[in-house]
Write a protein that binds this ligand. Sequence first.
Ligand SMILES: Nc1ncnc2c1ncn2[C@@H]1O[C@H](COP(=O)(O)OP(=O)(O)OP(=O)(O)O)[C@@H](O)[C@H]1O
Length: 271
Amino acid sequence: MSQAATEAALTSGKDGQFIHFDKVSKRFGDNVVLDDLSFAVGAGERVTLIGPSGSGKTTILRMLMTLMKPDTGTVRVGDDYLFHEERNGSLVDASEAHIRKVRQRITMVFQSFNLFPNMRVLRNVTEAPVHVLGLSKEEAEERALGLLAMVGLDHKIDSYPSQLSGGQQQRVAIARALAMRPDVLLLDEVTSALDPELAAGVLDVLRDVAKTTDVTMLCVTHAMKFARDISHRVLMFCEGKIIEAAPPEQMFDSPDHERTRSFLQSVLDEA
Ligand SMILES: Nc1ncnc2c1ncn2[C@@H]1O[C@H](COP(=O)(O)OP(=O)(O)OP(=O)(O)O)[C@@H](O)[C@H]1O
């Protein structure tokens, strides 16, 4: 694929652009983590970020959660500016109300599950809809029960996280993230801490999510078969830049860039 085609693929979302990164840079000391990075994601689009360790993928997700801010550049979701270049990378509106609004629209599932250990499964899923969205307990439970059925855990609603396998905990975490009815779901290496069999169950749940919802998904993963199945587009990160962007078949079957080829080979060797 030509450089021009990669550039076009950086902005070719579905039905218009929704998430915008515009000239975003971030460094820690001498370590340039994001280097003048621009790309956009369409509403309802599912995009997988791949690339070697330390290439900046998680940093992208953390910025969308407002957990990390850029040094320069603009990050926007729909009409909500999270960071604005003119304000030199600082949060445009860091008020609690603004952060809360952003967090309602964007939820993240982490590698380490992060469930509330002292709450039963049902309460883990209802907690934020009740306290952040203001749903009644009944409404939140109805929503949670539907989602827990979807992830195959409606028989575990009274368990505590410590009584579940890692795969089951991660499926609860997915239900919890979806209970907010987010516009954007961020997935950060959600199966990396799991044995292959448990990981497969979690990936099947996410395939269902992809099939049955129109949530915009940004996914960092080394599970390439999964990425191929669910993604509309794959972005290859290297040293804080996107060096290649393409639909999955093209990225995985005929990558253009030598660094992409060697990265994909290294992932295959690991598997
Ligand atoms: N708070 C921090 N302080 C210093 N350096 C940091 C901090 N957070 C991230 N980094 C550095 O930023 C770089 C990019 O990290 P990031 O987690 O985005 O990479 P990644 O592509 O997601 O890697 P991996 O696949 O290993 O998760 C790494 O070199 C990391 O060490």
